[in-house]
Design a binder for this molecule. Structure first.
Ligand code: PGA
Length: 254
């Protein structure tokens, strides 16, 4: 059975004091968690202090992006080794906000994923359709295209080490969540694709998170489904009590 993985994507939110307070509160609240993986993805300047604040916990650290080069004159970028050196073991890649506001493409996402895997980071690779694409029944072709290009050139041993996040863009930050049935349908489609591209055993190993307005009210229904292996949580990950409830649903179903 795939244990659930709940990741909090703080995006460009939080400051030093607020982030430490949140981690301290959640480390008490979530002490009982044993099976569900819990990952925090703060902005770059908060990675190290957050890592220190989670010292005596099972929590893990992730970044929200990285560049594929090792070092050099790339103002504003960070490398995989920099992330490893401050204690990250996950990195979110290909988030729709990166694709939309920072012109990331399947090609650049692929390069980042490749570098992350090579460095030993676990990429959380985000894919998902816009509302327009869903309404014109293109969801499957969009997902297939993203998955094929984002994972191009990767062998089975690479893919075992990544997490996929299905994030319908129309559900991100909008308060509109995909219903568990809608999410499961796409998760199963992704698993079928993995089976075709690799093999059925691999398709059963890879964890697929759902992301898009996950909160304390809908987490139980979503995470109660065996095809939904976790959640990538934006807004609700900034509030200790809400995030704790989502992790509770993950633990219950792990
Ligand atoms: P949201 O964001 O939970 O605020 O919708 C999810 C995400 O973008 O990862």
């Amino acid at each position: 059975m795939r244990n659930k993985i709940i990741a909090g994507n703080w995006k460009m939110n939080m400051d030093l004091t607020g982030s430490i307070e949140l981690i301290e509160e959640l480390s008490i609240e979530l002490k009982y968690v044993q099976k569900c993986d819990v990952v925090f993805c703060p902005p770059f300047p908060l990675l190290l202090p957050v890592k220190e604040a989670m010292k005596n916990t099972r929590f893990e650290l992730g970044a929200q992006n990285m560049f594929w080069e090792d070092k050099g004159a790339y103002t504003g970028e960070v490398s995989a080794n920099m992330l490893l050196s401050v204690g990250c073991n996950y990195v979110i890649l290909g988030h729709s906000e990166r694709r939309k506001y920072f012109n990331e493409t399947n090609e650049t996402v692929n390069k980042r994923v490749q570098k992350a895997l090579l460095a030993g980071l676990k990429p959380i690779v985000c894919i998902g359709e816009t509302l327009e694409e869903r309404e014109s029944e293109q969801t499957r072709s969009v997902i297939e295209n993203q998955l094929k290009y984002d994972l191009q050139g990767f062998c089975r041993d690479d893919v075992v080490n990544l997490i996929l996040a299905y994030e319908p863009i129309w559900a991100i930050g909008t308060g509109k969540t995909a219903t568990p049935d809608q999410a499961v349908e796409v998760h199963q489609f992704i698993r079928d694709l993995l089976s075709k591209l690799y093999d059925e055993e691999l398709a059963q190993i890879v964890r697929i998170q759902y992301g898009g307005s996950v909160n304390n009210a809908n987490a139980r229904d979503l995470l109660g489904r065996s095809d939904i292996d976790g959640a990538l949580v934006g807004g609700a990950s900034l509030k200790a009590q809400q995030f704790a409830k989502i992790v509770e649903a993950g633990e219950l179903n792990s």
